[in-house]
Design a protein around this ligand. Structure first.
Ligand code: F6P
Length: 341
């Protein structure tokens, strides 16, 4: 009936294994074969694959990470596109590919599809910033981790009369910060989509002090700029040239402490938001994405991404899904700001 290749690329994300399990289970049900490609595009370019049958995906539904491995290698940055992948594709008889990844990965998936390989994308990122889908899998887990952290940091901030700046992931968009900030009752939330004024943040914190609340929680997305007069964290890149973020919370806390003299501490949550077991919501969403991706692939669709719209699984053109990055809308952010201070 056909051979589906499946790969996971870019940063890992809770629910990746659930997607792969979903792909394999539906493919097996429809008498198709699945070949797992190891370490993202790297495995497709360098011929590293593993057979996937129903037994090989047992016991992984609730496990974090990805049994296939992942990397930030890219066939269009580190190779010549489809021609760099053809020997692996031909050797394994792969006639359609399911690509589980974020915006960069999905852009390469689109290019491969345009070169003639049937490709289905699955939107993966804890950042929840992919166009065309109401939600990506992994986001709910990251929000839950960040909310738990905010709850814990609130009680210690209150006990010590401190300001605590909680820095969460979100390269260019502040979905995790906004949702976890709302869920955790943050006193200020700073995200890249909306310019912030440090004087307003400080006025909010001072107002709380005047009211007798001598502690505050400020949630910041890692992608925000530091306050004027404070240097941004040193830029570092990984082996693939991907910029590493993290650390802007320290500049924000320094500005708050300098301007108020209130003791200000920082917690950078980092990869704890990406590792570990997916929430029940993410397990279900990832499973639905995987099963639907297998159906789309076996039904002969290509150049589309599986997406959640309302409660339905739909096909969205990869061209549309990769046309930009989806940011937090004004209404959602206004819900958060209602509770500032
Ligand atoms: O894109 C998802 C993401 O989790 C970002 O929020 C974060 O900046 C990035 O990945 C970190 O990636 P890495 O672990 O490769 O540094």
């Amino acid at each position: 009936m056909g051979v589906i290749g499946v790969l996971t690329a870019g940063g890992d994300c809770p629910g990746l294994n659930a997607v792969v399990r979903g792909v394999v289970a539906r493919a097996v049900e429809r008498d198709a074969e699945v070949v797992g490609i190891r370490n993202g595009w790297e495995g497709l370019m360098e011929g590293s694959t593993m057979p996937l049958d129903r037994d090989s995906v047992r016991g992984i539904l609730g496990r974090g990470g990805t049994l296939l491995g992942t990397s930030r290698m890219d066939p269009y940055v580190h190779g010549q596109g489809l021609s760099s992948c053809t020997s692996t594709i031909q050797r394994n008889g792969i006639d359609r590919l399911i690509v589980i990844g974020g915006d960069g990965t999905l852009r390469s998936a689109l290019q491969l599809a345009q070169e003639g390989l049937p490709v289905i994308g699955v939107p993966k990122t804890i950042d929840n910033d992919i166009i065309g889908t109401d939600m990506t899998f992994g986001f709910d887990t990251a929000v839950q981790v960040a909310t738990d952290a905010i709850d814990r940091l609130t009680t210690t901030a209150e006990s010590h009369n401190r300001v605590i700046v909680v820095e969460v992931m979100g390269r260019t968009k502040g979905w995790i910060a906004t949702y976890a900030g709302i869920a955790g009752g943050a006193d200020a939330i700073l995200i890249p989509e909306f310019e912030y004024d440090i004087d307003e943040v400080i006025a909010t914190i001072r107002k709380r002090h005047r009211r007798g609340q001598h502690y505050s929680i400020v949630v910041v997305a890692e992608g925000v700029v530091p306050p004027p007069g404070y240097d941004p964290p040193k830029k570092k890149t990984d082996a693939f040239g991907f910029e590493r973020l993290g650390g802007v919370g320290y500049q924000i806390a320094a500005a708050i402490e300098d301007m108020t003299t209130f003791e200000s501490r920082v917690t950078v949550l980092g990869h704890i938001q990406r590792g570990g077991s997916p929430t029940a919501y993410d397990r279900v969403l990832a499973t639905r994405f995987g099963v639907t991706a297998a159906d789309f692939a076996l039904d002969g669709l290509t150049e589309v991404m599986v997406a959640l719209r309302g409660t339905a699984m739909v096909a969205v053109p990869l061209e549309e899904a990769t046309s930009g990055i989806r940011g937090v809308d004004e209404d959602t952010y206004a819900t958060a700001t209602t509770f500032f201070g």
